[in-house]
Design a protein around this ligand. Structure first.
Ligand code: PLP
Length: 445
């Protein structure tokens, strides 16, 4: 983030929006274009090279605005209002500036809606009374969003199977364990209906074997979802595309542009193979929302693909990111983070007091401080690393997190902030080494 560029672009953007409001009464309040008009006006692919903000705004003016229904126009009297205000706009800008945010557009929602679609598809065949028999599969590394989705969807808590993984597969979900669990559940009269694989698990960045899992899911008539919330971004680089091999066999897939793709929170993209399953589960038919285009199925009504009726215009900010960076810059952005993570891994590898735990994937490094030989694990490796984490984070100069794998307390170092450079990684490693020296009571050899 270049603050001068922010100032320049910010002024252009504010002028653009202020002009829009000045002229809002001049626009037809209800869009006058035919559904689908925009597809013909846009290129098929994102630009490889960055474009200027001016050219993006020109396109917004000439191509996007004609398709907009002006909810803020003083001539808008339909439905109920959806107010915007100067204060609301400034608040949105402010929340984008310092980062962070809340609710909606998350991987958790993506997983929930596809789980609901799969559940209802199964219940249409098995009958509504079969709800208590439905079984979901993931691993003990699957994000808890799956468990939460099960809770909301009314899946019996014992029927959410988080199958055990271990270091022998680097914490990836072994297909044979999935097969066994499914066969066992079928034999006792249960109904397997959903399997979740992950590309880039939250704890250690592991990639589940998508092809094999997809095959098992297909042969058992189970919906296969791939959660690539974090690592999906890296797969825009040809060299990391292999981690998604097999995704074409999946029924659904999600990736969070708000995680590692320079798109401000919130923006979690979701793809589904069978949109009808989703629509059958989530559609509502309200007289007050009917119009000619929806009745003739000319438009995609996204209220039937999500939980709320309304939603923010998230695609616009992702579109801006794609255009203002260009694919090459986005690829280099991700590669640079991965390179810096490899550099951090080298630093850890050169210090015999530490060890790497689980092979690093993407821009995440899992490592731990080894207890001194004469310690006899008296303090215990877990306690030692817990203390190191607390000591490091309490300096306020670096913030790292932890996980537990096979009962082992592990430190996680992720390179993913847009402003991170090599000197920040050096500084973080220095803090880690200094705090390790203090804890172990010995200077660095
Ligand atoms: N899935 C994975 C693999 C994640 O790492 C995370 C968050 O870290 C999530 C899902 C949940 O993301 P969200 O906050 O978008 O629901």
């Amino acid at each position: 983030m270049d603050s001068e560029q922010l100032r320049e672009y910010g002024h252009q953007m504010v002028d653009f929006i202020a002009d829009y409001y000045k002229n809002i009464e001049n626009y037809p309040v209800l869009s006058q274009v035919e559904p689908g008009y925009l597809v013909k006006l846009l290129p098929d692919a994102a630009p490889n090279q960055p474009e200027s903000l001016q050219s993006v705004l020109d396109d917004v003016r000439s191509k996007i605005i004609p398709g907009v229904t002006h909810w803020q126009s003083p001539n808008f009297h339909a439905y109920y209002p959806a107010n915007s205000s100067v204060a609301g706009f400034l608040g949105e800008m402010l929340s984008a500036g310092p980062g962070g945010g809340v609710i909606q557009g998350t991987a958790s929602e993506a997983i929930l809606v596809v789980l609901l679609a799969a559940r209802d598809k199964t219940l249409r065949e098995a009958g509504k009374s079969a709800l208590g028999k439905l079984v979901v599969y993931g691993s003990d590394q699957t994000h808890f969003a799956l468990q939460k989705a099960c809770q909301i969807a009314g899946i019996h808590p014992e029927n959410c199977r988080l199958l055990k993984t271990d270091s022998s597969t680097n914490y990836a979900l072994p297909p044979e364990i999935v097969s066994e669990a499914i066969s066992h559940d079928i034999s006792i009269g249960l109904i397997p209906f959903f399997l979740c694989g992950t590309v880039g698990t939250t704890s250690s960045g592991t990639v589940d074997p998508l092809y094999s899992l997809a095959k098992i899911a297909k042969s058992n008539g189970i919906w296969f979802h791939v959660d690539a919330a974090y690592a999906g971004s890296a797969c825009i680089c040809p060299e990391y595309r292999k981690y998604l091999d097999g995704v074409e066999e999946a029924d659904s897939f999600n990736m969070n542009a708000h995680k590692w793709f320079l798109t401000n929170f919130d923006c979690s993209t979701l793809w589904v193979k069978d949109r009808n399953a989703l629509i059958q589960s989530l559609s509502t038919n309200s007289e007050f929302l009917k119009h000619k285009a929806s009745q003739a199925n000319l438009v995609v009504d996204y209220k039937d693909w999500q939980i709320p009726l309304g939603r923010r215009f998230r695609s616009l900010k992702l579109w801006m990111v794609l255009r203002l960076y260009g694919v090459e810059n986005l690829q280099n952005y991700l590669r640079n983070h991965i390179k810096l993570a490899r550099y951090f891994e080298e630093c850890v590898g050169q210090d015999p007091r530490f060890e790497i735990v689980a092979p690093p994937k993407f821009a995440l490094v899992c490592f731990r401080l080894l207890p001194p030989v004469d310690d006899n694990e008296a303090r215990g490796s877990n306690k030692l690393n817990q203390e190191l984490l607390e000591a490091v984070n309490s300096t306020g100069r670096v913030f790292i997190s932890h996980t537990v794998l096979s009962g082992m307390y592990i430190l996680r170092f992720v390179v993913g902030a847009p402003l991170t450079k090599r000197r920040h990684v050096d500084a973080a490693w220095k803090v880690l080494q200094d705090e390790a020296c203090t804890l172990l009571g010995s200077p660095l050899q």
